[in-house]
Design a protein around this ligand. Structure first.
Ligand code: NAD
Length: 492
């Protein structure tokens, strides 16, 4: 049954943005149509914000920051407000999860996990509001008559522009907004044009949590217009972006013009290394989960599988057996194993990678599964006989496509695993602890999981080496992203 709150929210259909604590229709002449990817039905429209709308949102966040409506709150009060928000997320969990399924297509159980993880993350971060500290330092200025007391303090960076993708629409919004608020910043959030609804509902809950008007503003629109205007705005002090490496680079160029602080969480092509001594019992399920979770639309998806040659056939065959049994369908149905991709575009892009690989000599393993008549579905796909140079091996596909390759020795697999422009995450499967310790430092990735697919935890820093990003989110490292360090020296 659809919760009443969700019905009420969806009844709006023509949604507004959220600026200065109020709904804001803006001056947009264009509407963006939001489509349920499981059945291709139009479920809502949102404004495509124009430059004036973005200016309105930045002014609201700027006013809230400079008038200190949020900063005036003590650290414990900020913590309390964020805990209140966490409770509201929890109270509305069923509704939020269904909203995420409607706009994104993921499985309801995964959407529920996204909401519960968002609650957990918000509570974890709220606790940090009282624990952001500086240092006291010895300085060595030469003086016979004076002494010095030096310390550093952290100050909020100011107005934050947060730009997020569609693959985890609620969690991404929370991962940006909450740490920024912990530090005393104010925010303008631009969700993806593909899945903006959960961010708009979140804005309502932020007001319900009595976080003052203007502290969080949500604008909707396309990246090349609204997103770009937001990044270029001179009164933005910090850009925090999650999305593709291609877009991250464009934003990086804009940021440097104004010296706007910048952090980037970008794409990945994460290797999964299976050594010959790996425990094979849970391995196929872990490999399948690593690539098929969220239809493969996960930045840290284990999309390149390297298996020791003497266990390659058996391992891959067992992953194929899992894929062949997967039922594709609507995320709201309990027996669905794999939902649709986000859009027709994404479906076509992923399908093209498969076609091109096969045309270039790769082999697709296993029987085909039934595809629903409507919706943006792509079947779970395992490719072998690929070459290291193929696009499917080098580029981020962001779909349920695994490339599987055998290796003969550790040296070879390390070279291949690292020969990628990305460096977000990796998994290693081995029962030999010495081998694991030998391999981990050689993998160029921000996160390495041993004997498990990659996961996130609020306390575990997450981010990329190489072109997978700049900066670390989660854990206490995140406060470097939303604060400036000020050095103070008192002479006495
Ligand atoms: P995308 O880069 O196309 O879009 C991301 C966001 O940027 C959207 O809100 C979009 O509107 C906006 N945007 C696009 N062009 C812009 C521009 N010129 N200026 C400002 N904003 C612009 O990415 P996507 O397709 O939405 O998401 C998929 C990508 O996100 C994948 O590459 C995936 O790996 C990455 N991702 C990374 C992480 C991580 O933590 N590293 C997490 C999730 C997704």
């Amino acid at each position: 049954m659809v919760p009443q709150n969700l019905e009420n929210f969806m009844r709006d259909f023509d949604h507004s943005m959220f600026i200065d604590g109020k709904q804001f229709q803006g001056n947009a002449t264009q509407k963006i149509e939001i489509v349920n990817p499981a059945n291709e039905q139009l479920i809502a429209t949102v404004p495509d914000a124009c430059i004036e709308d973005i200016d309105e949102a930045v002014s609201s966040a700027n006013k809230a920051f400079s008038s200190k409506v949020w900063l005036r709150y003590t650290a414990t009060q900020r913590e309390e407000k964020l805990l209140q928000l966490a409770s509201l997320l929890e109270k509305n969990a069923e509704e939020l999860a269904m909203l995420v399924v409607h706009e994104n297509g993921k499985l309801l159980k995964d959407a529920k996990r996204e909401v519960s993880n968002s609650v957990r993350f918000t509570r974890y971060m709220a606790g940090w509001a009282t624990k952001i500290t500086g240092d006291t330092l010895d300085v060595s200025f030469a003086s016979e008559s004076q002494q010095f007391f030096a310390y550093t303090k952290r100050e909020p960076v100011g107005v934050v522009a947060a730009i997020i993708p569609w693959n985890m629409p609620l969690a991404m919004a929370i991962w940006k907004i909450v740490p920024a608020l912990v530090c005393g910043c104010t925010v303008v959030l631009k969700p993806s044009e593909e899945a903006p609804l959960s961010s708009l509902r979140l804005a309502q809950l932020i007001i319900e949590a009595e976080i003052p008007a203007g502290v969080v503003n949500v604008v909707t629109g396309y990246g090349h217009t609204a997103g770009k205007f937001l990044c270029e705005h001179p009164r933005i002090n910090k850009i925090t972006f999650t999305g593709s490496t291609q877009t991250g680079k464009k934003i990086g160029h804009i940021a440097i013009e104004n010296m706007t602080r910048l952090s980037l969480e970008l794409g990945g092509k994460s290797p999964v290394i299976v050594c010959e001594d790996a425990d094979l019992s849970l391995l196929p399920a872990f490999i399948a989960k690593g690539i098929f979770y969220n239809q493969g639309q996960i930045c840290a998806a284990g999309s390149r599988l390297y298996v020791a040659r003497n266990i390659f056939d058996e391992t891959v065959e067992r992953v194929v057996q899992i894929a062949e049994k997967m039922k594709l369908g609507c995320g709201m149905d309990n027996d669905t194993d794999l939902g649709p991709l986000i859009s027709r575009n994404q479906q076509q892009k992923v399908t093209q990678y498969i076609k091109d690989s096969v045309a270039n000599g790769a082999k697709k393993l296993g029987d085909s599964v039934n595809l629903p008549q409507q919706g943006f579905f792509v079947e779970p796909t395992i490719l072998v006989d690929t070459t290291h140079e193929m696009a499917a091996v080098q580029q981020e596909i962001f779909g349920p496509v695994l490339v599987a390759m055998p290796f003969d020795n550790e040296e070879e697999v390390i070279i291949k695993a690292n020969d990628s422009c990305y460096g977000l995450a990796a998994s290693i499967y081995s029962q030999d602890i010495s081998k694991v310790h030998h391999l981990v430092p050689q993998i160029k990735a921000g996160t390495v999981f041993v004997n498990s697919p990659v996961r996130t935890d609020p306390n575990l820093p997450f981010g990329g080496f190489k072109q997978s990003g700049i900066g670390r989110e989660h854990g206490n490292k995140i406060f470097d992203l939303y604060t400036e360090h000020k050095s103070v020296v008192i002479t006495y």
